[in-house]
Design a binder for this molecule. Sequence first.
Ligand code: AHG
Ligand code: MN
Ligand code: MN
Length: 334
Amino acid sequence: MFSKHKTLGEFIIENQTEFRYSTGELSKLINAIRLAAKVVNHEVNKAGLVDILGTAGDTNIQGENQQKLDVLANEKFIQTLKNREIVCGIASEEEDDFISINSQDENHQNKYVVLIDPLDGSSNIDVNVSVGTIFSVYRRVTPVGTPVTLEDFLQPGKNQVAAGYIIYGTSTMLVYTTGHGVNGFTLNPAIGTFYLSHPNMQFPETGKIYSVNEGNYIHFPQGVKDYIKYCQKEEGDRPYTSRYIGSLVSDFHRNMIKGGIYLYPKSSKAQKGKLRLLYECNPMAFLAEQANGKASDGFKRIMEIQPTELHERVPFFCGSKKMVERAEEFMSDS
Ligand code: AHG
Ligand code: MN
Ligand code: MN
């Protein structure tokens, strides 16, 4: 199957010169993520078989239950990146603080920091529904050979040099960008190789799918309520179809292929929404913009926001350009 397609390994080598600061370091980093993805994929796939279901009895810094697979995915990604000594720092949704990796040692010249949501959509694990991993890569802003600082992680999304996700779905895919479009690779599990199955992915200009947790409807701002009513109204190619998996990676992936909008607005219960700027919104925003889509907080571009803390949350509107623009109009009108 896929034999006529390029492998991810081949693709990385062929496109290495595209990187702005080409030293091969970013290629090695993508390679390490590819490896970690296979390891986590293996764990996710056997989730129903072994005793790794249910909660680990622990909560993360945001007071959420950590699933065992959250913890496992977190460990695998961090360990793989650490072992390869190719990054100087990692921040994870599942860790209170960032991790520094030999960055104070002057022999280590690594320039990149990685931010990860190791397991996205974790409430879906127990019910055999697609989950994902999201990653985001920046060049450190402090000098190499000195310890990484919070400043290296608190960069606006527009500084990202790479971002992507792995979707553990009916098939496992790695989708990423280094600022030259978005490419998707499908894992052939029989031989453990990712193949370029979705070159140059693009959001359709507009679409017919809206994805939002409508259970929160009464708590939404008026602009969002009005936009949802607009989506439901019979006119032209409306009503739209509602599709919500509850796993950002999966909802985004479907919307990018079919055309749609994903919304996680603020609500009277959660003033900044739920999604995390650094681990979820920025990487998805980078992918969206690279795929001809758009990402905003309802008013302004996500990637312009200057983060002030690692686990900061932000309202998120993302998807087909025309749909996001329409939603923004409803927001400003209200
Ligand atoms: P995570 O599993 O990393 O905590 O992320 C879950 C996120 C996101 O993936 C999803 O779209 C959203 O939470 C679902 O939230 P609701 O259950 O509130 O709709
Ligand atoms: Mn998540
Ligand atoms: Mn998560």
